[in-house]
Design a protein around this ligand. Structure first.
Ligand code: 5U1
Length: 686
């Protein structure tokens, strides 16, 4: 905390100073700390000290009502509900912005700008983010916030002043002794991702409806008639434009306008740049696009504006959008579509995953027709039914998922999903153990073609036996045509059996046989991993190989002996033991050895560093297939540590359904958040 100057200290000392002076000093101090905390992101005072100053001001204002002041931080707490919002006419209309989607659109925009300015020189642009929030106009008169209005139809909006006053980062008084007579500051109200996660956790705890995304949460919070609710909702604001201005010089450029706002204490985003020419704009777009998932707020694109305001004026407007600006949109990460069916998929371990079959929809840059629903509980919790219109999300390379259904668009004949009683592939009963979120086909790989295919694909995968050229389609045909049943059968394949398959020429068939032959020479760790023992990822397989040296030692090891292996816990030990207790698995191992699969026995992997050594994990929420103990066992087996609370030392937070405050804390601290797939990738699981 920087010290107030000596004069104000003497003037403002509690008890000795006149109440008016003390109140003014407290207001200035609290506003300064607010600005440091919410705008500069550099807290200057511990929370408890802030609270003490705040309480002192509250008491002072209660005892001396004549000291009430519109810019007092105590006036941010919200007021009783309004009957409705008043209408506000904007002094200068709030325009919309044209959109561009491709490189060509941006090149054409730049050409139009140069034509409009009658120049062949490269034009200077200000580039910034397009926030996914709500546009707002803040009117300051003589430095004091007097009105806040939504964009509405551009000409008139709704008066949301009482709500906006609760947004801590918005100054109630501009930080200047020489404010403009009137200024309309324009920008976006939004909710940060971490605040959104926290809000939804609270909604869940209170049994209230969750918000679909931060934008909806921001909109719902801003358009509250009861501003006491808004005050609990952690809204933020970034300025990006100006409306009416009186009593001050308009800055010469857009960049200078934003710098001026920053000086006045109005929040502006630091992700902005001044660039020249279309290529400069495209480089900015790509850079932000790459960093987009790590930003603490949602954006749906970037915005380019001709930097010089004089040139902006020269270019003017087409209908309701300026010619000097363009929003370069990212592919939408969310879209709505219809659930045509809900089917189940059977994984390698028999896990049954409900999958929504969707009417094709373009989202996150690709056409999506399937989206995971994770497990039965998730379908119930989100109440997704066949026929529903749903919001589908695909962010980055993450598997598409159904976020929510749109209640108003549910048809009368929407059907609930029923978990099948029997496996759709092999007909074996589907069972769900008490402590598991996931239901499984009980057929095992002997009976279930889906599990066989999954198991075989795992066996030949790069980190396991590494058989090049044996992909999904080939395995599918080999299993469906009953050419093979087990991994050992792969080594019995001949040229004639392979060339009979679809899309398999003599040459490719020979390549597959050569790859199979080559794979016979392997390592013990790879072989153990290839067997697909539940909970035995690559690193556990290496640890087992290092510890025991010989396969027969692993096969014969009791649970107690397995527990002696570094980082193997009871869940993994039990799984290894039960795998080798099954005579069918022993037979498979023998057949593979008989087929010529071999490795140097007694080899040591002691030098291989464990992949998660030194990494600290925090688990939160319910994962789709792993229990918390299972996930912890896997992490520990890979050398990682599991901790109960999130701090700066946390390397990863693994979050599942119903993740609450730990997820919010991770997002606040910028700790990487993984889902179960992400964890599996780290563990080297296929
Ligand atoms: N960053 C930013 N977002 N945004 C949205 N600037 C900006 N400017 C806008 C809009 C609608 O409109 C003006 C160009 C009129």
């Amino acid at each position: 905390m920087s010290e107030p100057d000596l004069f104000s200290l003497v003037q403002a000392e509690p008890g000795s100073a006149a109440p008016a002076k003390r109140a003014a000093w407290l207001r200035a101090e609290l506003n300064r700390h607010n600005h440091a905390y919410y705008v500069l992101d550099q807290p200057t005072i511990p929370d408890a000290e802030y609270d003490a100053l705040f309480r002192e001001l509250q008491v002072l204002e209660q005892d001396h009502p004549e000291l009430a002041s519109a810019d007092s931080p105590t006036r941010r707490v919200g007021a009783p509900p309004l009957p409705q919002f008043e209408t506000v006419t904007h002094a200068v209309p709030m325009l919309s912005i044209n959109n561009g989607f491709s490189d060509e659109d941006i090149i054409a925009f730049d050409r139009r700008v140069r034509d409009g300015l009658k120049t062949t020189d490269e034009v200077e642009y200000a580039a910034e983010l397009k926030f996914d929030g709500l546009a707002i106009n803040l009117r300051y008169e003589d430095g004091l916030l007097v009105r806040a209005a939504t964009r509405g139809d551009g000409a008139t909006g709704e008066d949301v002043t009482t709500n906006i006053r609760t947004v801590r980062s918005i100054p109630l008084r501009l930080l200047t002794d020489n404010p403009p007579r009137v200024i309309d500051v324009r920008g976006e109200v939004l909710m940060f991702k971490a605040d959104f996660a926290r809000l939804n956790a609270r909604q869940r705890e209170a049994g209230q409806r969750e918000f679909v995304n931060p934008r909806n949460a921001a909109a719902g919070s801003l358009r509250q008639l009861d501003s006491r609710i808004t005050s609990q909702r952690s809204l933020r604001f970034f300025a990006y434009g100006i409306g009416f201005l009186e009593g001050a010089e308009m800055p010469p450029t857009h960049a200078a306008l934003l710098d001026w706002y920053a000086q006045l204490g109005v929040p502006v985003c630091s992700e902005r740049a001044v660039l020249t020419g279309a290529q400069g704009l495209l480089a900015f777009y790509r850079d932000i696009g790459q960093r987009r998932p790590g930003l603490p707020y949602d954006i749906d694109g970037v915005v380019y504006k001709v930097n010089r305001l004089e040139e902006q004026q020269k270019l003017g407007f087409v209908s309701r959008a300026p010619r000097f600006a363009l929003a370069h949109k990212f592919p939408a990460e969310e879209a709505t579509t219809v659930v045509q069916d809900i089917v189940v998929q059977v994984g390698r371990t028999g896990a049954i995953t409900p999958v929504a079959r969707l009417a094709p929809v373009f989202v996150g840059g690709v056409t999506v027709t399937n989206a995971t629903l994770h497990n039965e509980d998730e379908v119930r919790r989100k109440d997704i039914r066949i026929g529903d219109t749903v919001i589908v999300r695909r962010a980055g390379d993450v598997i598409p998922e159904v976020v929510a259904h749109v209640p108003e668009r549910r048809p009368a004949d929407a059907r609930e999903f029923q978990m099948p009683v029997n496996c759709p592939v092999c007909g074996s009963p589907i069972v769900r153990l008490e402590d598991e979120a996931v239901a499984r086909c009980s057929g095992g790989w002997i009976k279930c073609g889906a599990q066989r295919k999954g198991g075989l694909l795992h066996f030949v995968s790069r980190r396991a036996m590494d058989v090049e050229g044996l992909g999904d389609q080939l395995v599918e045909q080999l299993v469906d045509k009953h050419v093979i049943t087990t991994a050992a059968d792969l080594y019995k394949l001949g040229l004639s059996a392979l060339v009979e398959l679809e899309r398999m020429a003599q040459k490719s068939a020979q390549n597959v046989l050569d790859a199979l032959e080559k794979s016979k020479s392997t390592t013990l760790a790879r072989f153990i991993y290839a067997l697909g023992i539940r909970h035995v990822g690559e690193s556990t397989a290496k640890e087992l190989a290092r510890h025991f040296g010989r396969l027969d030692e692993v096969i014969q090891a009791s649970e107690e002996r397995l527990l002696e292996v570094a980082d193997i816990g009871p869940v993994v030990a039990r799984s290894v033991r039960s795998f080798f207790a099954d005579p069918l698995n022993i037979e498979l191992v023998e057949q593979l050895r008989a087929a010529g699969v071999h490795w140097p026995e007694g080899e040591s992997h002691a030098a291989v560093p464990k992949p998660l050594q030194g990494k600290v994990f925090v688990l939160t929420g319910t994962l789709p297939t792993l229990t918390r103990d299972e996930a912890a066992a896997l992490i520990e087996a890979a050398g990682g540590k599991v901790s109960g609370s999130v701090s700066k030392k946390t390397s990863y937070v693994v979050a599942g359904e119903e993740a609450g405050s730990k997820l919010a804390k991770a997002q606040e601290l910028g700790v990487t958040v993984l889902d179960e797939d992400g964890l599996n990738q780290l563990l080297g699981e296929e």
